[in-house]
Unconditional design. Sequence first.
Length: 408
Amino acid sequence: MALTQVRHLRWLVGVVLCFSLRVMAQNAVLQPLGDKPVAAKQAKLSSADYYVPATPDTVRWGHLPNNEAKPILSVPSGAMVTFDTISHEGILEDQGRDPVKYFGTFGVTPDQVLNDARAIAASSLAHDFAKDGPHIIIGPVAVDEAQPGDVLKVEMISLAPRVPYGVITNRHGKGALPGEFPENPGPQPGASAASPQLYNNVSKFVPIKLINGKWYAVLGDQQAEIRFPIAPFMGTMGVALNISGRPNSIPPGDYGGNMDIRYLTEGSTLYLPVQVAGGMFFLGDPHFVQGNGEVALTAVEGSLRTTVRLSVLKPGDPGIPAKSRLAGPFAETAEYWIPIGLDPDLNEAMKKVTREAVRFLSEKLGVDRATALAYLSAAADFEVSQVVDRTKGIHGLIRKQDFSRSKP
């Protein structure tokens, strides 16, 4: 992407985000614009080509699209699609599956609760709290001409908070310290949506506030208030798996999924190897901000109005971050190339991301493999994306400016 394009995109993103946050500052929320996928103009939306709401007909709760999934919408390559994503926090069984009642305990009035969250919580959508993933997954969206062997390019255009609050949750048996946190006796007999307190899980309500012209998440109370800036991103994005059955939404894989990479904010790009015809893009698990590791189990989970551009890259396209086949997800920002390693064993995830980084530098930038490994050791950062999603993730950060004299 040319520098002028990057600057224009950043300007556009800033305008959209600032407008949306000003709306929230006026005590409004971004309620759904419709009840089915439509051309954006039908939803009175001028910043995209299509609009997709979260409804019982457009989502699946806790699992991902497989090779038999039918698209909820088909779009041409290069289309911009706006999704009204919703957070699972506030609607799960251990929170009562009633977002009005749950958020009301924190002083949120009913008109500040999203209508689509209410509808999904009250719907007949089957969800097994013990076995299914927690995520509300929207999709899949088919992209014309996408075929196995192609790459789906997902450009993050804008991610605007739909409500001025989020939730961080630590659940028993999960997180980086299962068995140690939460520090209470654990689930009790009779735990259910009707008696959510018996799960003994711990959730922290996190308002976001405009402070000195910038938006911050606020944790704690007035006497011990912790503030940190928000950086919205989607925790889960991917393409349909070429398998049958009901793939759980928790572990990520070569299809993308629940990678929880906090750098996938506005202006970033995610590349996904297509497994089935149409690509069948899905997304969910919206976040306001997350630290690497995501050690409690969740980030600041909060609903987002997310706009992406979906483009098909055919084999040999110079935009693909590989000259041979792209084996798994790969990301990019204006500052970094981001190889990704995923494995249930954190050591193996580290090996995979290192191999992927060497491959990228060798194939795309012409760096010999020994020099590539030396550079990565001296100048690149490898960070733990998350350790809480069964399959653990490590991503690398390769600074583009270090290769400004190289010939791609």
